[in-house]
Structures are given as C-alpha cells and as structure tokens.
Unconditional design. Structure first.
Length: 348
C-alpha cells in the first residue's frame, strides 16, 4: 500500500502563524508600542549576542542528551545527525498543530529512517529525553516558586496558576511512567488508537497488519525503557547534559533582561521559563503558540513585577531567539535535508 502522509511541512500552519503574530502586535500596541520599541532599540548588543550564544549552546546540549540516550539503546547516530533532527523538530513544532508531539514524531521518523533501527528503540529515546526535560523543569519550578513566594509575596492568583502548572506537569510525568512501565496498559492504549485509525482510514489500513507492526515496535520500546531503567548509572551523563541545556535556556532570558537593563529576580525568570516550557509541551493545536505564548510570557513577567514595556520588550527579544531564530535554522535544515513531508511506513 502506498505511504500515507502524516503532515506536509510547507502547507501546514502558515496562516495561523501569521494570525498569531498579528494578535501579539495588537497586544504590543495597547501596551505602548513606542516604549517597547525604545527598549528594544537601546538593548545592549553584547548581552543580546550572549543570549544568542546561549540559545545555540542550549540546542547543542539538548541534541547531545538525545544522542547519548540513543547510544545507550544501541541506536547508531552521530551528534551532527541528532543536531540536524533536533533543528527539524523545532521547525515542525512551530508550524504544525499539536506542538511537541509533532516534533517528536519528526525525530522518530527521521532517526528511524536514517539508522534503520526499530522505531520502538527511537521512541524510547525520545520518551526518555522528554521525561528528563520535564523532571528538571518541574524541579526548577518547585524550588524557584517556593523561593519566590517566600521572598516576594506574589498574589494568590499567581500561586494558584503555578500550582496548576506544576500539578499538570507531575500528572503528565506519572502517566508517561505508568504507560512506559506497564506493557498491558500500553498495549490496550495502542490497540484502541489502531482501532480509531482503521475506522477513519475507510479500509485503507487493516487492523491486523497495524497491530502486528505495533506489537513489534512496542516490544522494542519497552525493552528500551527497561534497558534505561536497569542501568541508572549510565544516565548520569545524559542527566548532566540535560541540566546544562536547561541552565543555558534560562540564561537566554537572563542576558535579555541585562541587555534592556531591566531588574528582575532570577527566581522569577525560572518561574516564567518553567511555566512556558510546560505549556509548550501541551498539544493545544496552535502552531508554535505564536501570540498566545508570547502574551502569557509578557503577562507573567508583568504580574511578577516587571513594568509592561520592559516585560513586552523582553518577551519580543526572548521569542526572537527561541522561536524565530530556531524557525529559521530549522527551515534551512529542512531544505538542506530535502524533507518534503513526514510519511507513515508502507503497509502491506
């Protein structure tokens, strides 16, 4: 049977991306467009260049973490190849609805195609990578929130919002752990999903064919998760690399605030970073959360004591690096690799 396209990189998400930009521009207008522009224009280029360097290094350590997890699962991949696929995933996350899931799909597809390994092993590496990132983010959110609440006495609304994000992240982690360790539960979930796909495929896909392929992939996936679990000492390097990537991501905001000469507590930066990172992991169906995430980030900075024009300027500069520069490099990487779209494997 012919291959079924999962998504097309050139046709998906452009309109909504533009709408998100327009929404944020309107928001900046009401904040005080002139003041925001002045703050951006007067930004120290040295500190902003440092933020750019932190963004690149963060991506490097992020890719290194994934590459080491692949190595632990005996999936052969060079660091350069892993880095390329991370840039592609960043590009896909920005343009395709269901952010984070679509990026993970692209990494699994590309690495499976390149390495020739069973997709289950690659999925195990991606899930392991996500668990590391979510755990570090949750830990940072808890510690920074406690410090911020004790020292800065924020409103109850902020405390409740942070609590909801923290609980949501914890529940997601528990669910991932449960499905990763419980083969029977995962089999039931995948069987249900296959049933849905078969019904919507209108006869193009057969349940037994999909089920057979899924069983092979799930065995490799669970074997990979078990392999990572029984050798915790081998995870020391990936954990260290993941923490470095997290710290460098934080430094982007730190350098941006230094660039625009706006005083801000480091704990506030950690709180906002952790919340926005957790929100980005939720597949809400808006490509890149452009506009929405920018608004939330600026609003959080303002609520935590930053003046509106400084909060908006910092958001524009931060997202300029974490969204638009990554989008540009990801797009160039997609062109370099000649990727037209992601496709499902051929089925008998």
């Amino acid at each position: 049977m012919s291959e079924q396209k999962l998504f097309n990189l050139k046709k998906t998400g452009i309109v909504v991306l533009a709408i998100g930009v327009i929404i944020f521009i309107v928001y900046l207008y009401f904040i005080g467009f002139g003041g925001v522009i002045d703050n951006i224009r007067n930004a120290d280029p040295l500190f902003y260049s440092s933020a750019l360097a932190a963004m690149f290094l963060s991506t490097v350590f992020y890719a290194l973490t994934w590459q080491r997890l692949l190595h632990l699962l005996s999936v052969k991949s060079s660091f350069f190849k892993a880095l390329q696929f991370v840039w592609v995933a960043s590009f896909v996350d920005t343009l395709v609805p269901a952010e984070s899931i679509s990026g993970d799909i692209s990494k699994v597809y590309l690495m499976t195609t390149q390495s020739g390994e069973n997709a289950g092993k690659v999925v195990a590496s991606v899930i392991g990578h996500r668990v590391l990132g979510m755990t570090i983010t949750l830990g940072g959110l808890i510690v920074s929130s406690i410090y911020f609440v004790i020292n800065y006495k924020p409103s109850m609304l902020i405390v409740e919002f942070v609590g909801v994000i923290g609980i949501g992240t914890l529940v997601s982690l528990i669910l991932i752990f449960y499905l990763s360790r419980n083969r029977q539960a995962t089999d039931k979930a995948v069987s249900w999903l296959i049933g849905v796909l078969v019904r919507f495929s209108r006869g193009r896909w057969k349940f037994e064919s999909l089920k057979k392929q899924a069983e092979k992939m799930l065995k490799a996936f669970h074997d990979g998760i078990d392999s990572l679990s029984v050798r915790p000492k081998f995870l020391a390097l990936p954990i260290s690399l993941s923490i470095l990537a997290w710290v460098l991501d934080l430094l982007i905001a730190v350098f941006v605030f230094r660039a625009i000469k706006a005083p801000v507590a480091f704990s506030a930066i950690v709180v906002v970073y952790s919340i926005t990172t957790a929100l980005q992991a939720i597949p809400i169906g808006v490509p890149g959360e452009v506009g929405i995430l920018d608004f939330i980030m600026a609003a959080l900075f303002m609520t935590l004591g930053i003046t509106p024009t400084f909060a908006a300027a910092a958001t524009v500069l931060i997202r300029g690096l974490t969204l638009w520069v990554r989008l540009l490099i990801g797009g160039l990487t997609v062109q370099w690799l000649g990727i037209k779209g992601m496709k499902a494997p051929s089925l008998p």
